[in-house]
Every structure is written in C-alpha cells, then in structure tokens.
Ligand binder design. Structure first.
Ligand SMILES: Cc1cc2nc3c(=O)[nH]c(=O)nc-3n(C[C@H](O)[C@H](O)[C@H](O)COP(=O)(O)O)c2cc1C
Length: 194
C-alpha cells in the first residue's frame, strides 16, 4: 500500500499534479481502438451549473489545466444551454472521482465562456482539422428537438471554451484505514470531518 500524504500542502500539490497528468491522457471517446492504457478517471468531469434557480449538470472532457493559476479549460458548443446558464450565473461546481486514487474533488468554480478572441481562434485552428471538430459544426444547436424545422445554415464552427477558476476544493479520500477530508483553498486549507 502506498504511503498516505499527511500534509495539506502536499495533498493540494498532488491534486493539481493529478489534474495536470490527466489532461496528458486521451479521453476514451477520442482514443477509441488506440487506447493502450486506461485514461485518467478525472479526464471526464461533471460540471454543475445553475439554470434559473434549478440545478443542472453534465459530463465534460477536461482539456487544459493551469495549476499555477488554478484554472481549468473545457470545450463546448457556444449554442449549448450551459453557455447561457453560465452567462446568467457564473457559479459552478466540478466533480471529479477516481476509484484508483480513492479521491473525490468537489471544486467550487467561477465560470467564464469565451466565444471570440485569440484564445478561442488559436484552439479552433488546432481542432478544426480533427475528428472532434464535427462537435461544433452541426447546423442544429445542442438540445434542439430533431423534428423542429431548421431556420439557419451552419456555415462556421460554434466552438467555445469554458474557463473555470477554482475557488475552493473539497477533497475526500476514501481509504480502508479511515476516510479523510479537507477543504483546500487558495487562502488556506483545513481538515474537516468526512
Ligand atoms: C463522456 C462524455 C464527455 C462529454 N464531453 C463533452 C465536452 O467536452 N463538451 C461538451 O460540450 N459536451 C460534452 N459532453 C456532452 C454533455 O454531457 C452534454 O450532454 C452536452 O454538452 C449538452 O449539455 P447542456 O445541455 O447542459 O449544454 C460529454 C458527454 C459525455 C457522456
């Protein structure tokens, strides 16, 4: 059995290095037959948002991590309902769980959507020649009923990036010798009862 980390700053550093490690592996949906090793279990996160006072949540592939800035990046279709929700209410929660690590992260984040500008165009330039580009090129917006008439023609990509700035991380470790939980914040961390 591996040694358990004891210090909160070591745990926080390890959380961010696992997040960085996970974006280096390809998600199963993209690796397909080429998948030689299982993707990191944190590669697909659940993002919860607020929709007019009602909770909403969905799975998203984590694309980029900047540990120093405590920033995570996801890609999406600019027309998807989550984009409107984030514009109206930028608070969100990200959930990551890894059975291998025994770690759950509940990360309170401040969300921002970028649909134009260099950060978006440079990523779209990289993506548009890949198979993943079709996710952002459909004529119909995500969630649109399939029997509704089409009024517009999709002539350009609807690629957008969601930026999530971590404000607080609730870390839970499930362990046979006793579960542990800590709140890891940019302004100090503390242990809490699991
Ligand atoms: C494994 C998995 C990965 C997904 N990755 C993404 C993603 O990276 N970006 C995205 O917009 N939707 C992704 N989706 C689809 C979303 O979960 C969701 O169905 C879609 O974005 C519409 O969400 P919304 O109606 O809340 O906007 C993924 C779904 C699954 C099951």
């Amino acid at each position: 059995m591996t040694t358990r980390l004891q210090e909160l700053d070591e745990i926080e550093a390890s959380v961010w290095s696992e997040l960085e490690r996970c974006v280096a592996t390809r998600p199963r949906s993209e690796a397909g037959e080429d998948a030689h090793e299982p993707p990191h279990e944190w590669r697909v996160a659940v993002l919860a948002t607020v929709d007019d006072g009602q909770a909403d949540a969905r799975s998203l592939v984590l694309r980029e991590v900047d540990a120093a800035e405590r920033r995570l990046i996801f890609y999406t279709d600019a027309r998807s309902p989550k984009v409107r929700q984030i514009e109206q209410s930028p608070q969100g929660t990200l959930i990551f769980y890894s059975r291998e690590l025994g770690w759950q992260l509940r990360m309170q984040v401040r969300l921002n959507v970028e649909t134009t500008g260099l950060a978006v165009s440079s990523r779209w330039a990289r993506l548009q020649t890949s198979a993943g580009a079709r996710d952002y090129l459909s004529v119909a917006a995500p969630g649109r009923p399939l029997d509704a008439p089409l009024s517009e023609l999709g002539v350009r990509g609807h690629f957008a990036m969601i930026e999530a700035m971590a404000e607080k991380v609730d870390w839970l470790e499930l362990h046979p010798q006793g579960h542990r939980r800590a709140v890891l914040g940019g302004h100090g961390s503390h242990w809490v009862q699991p």
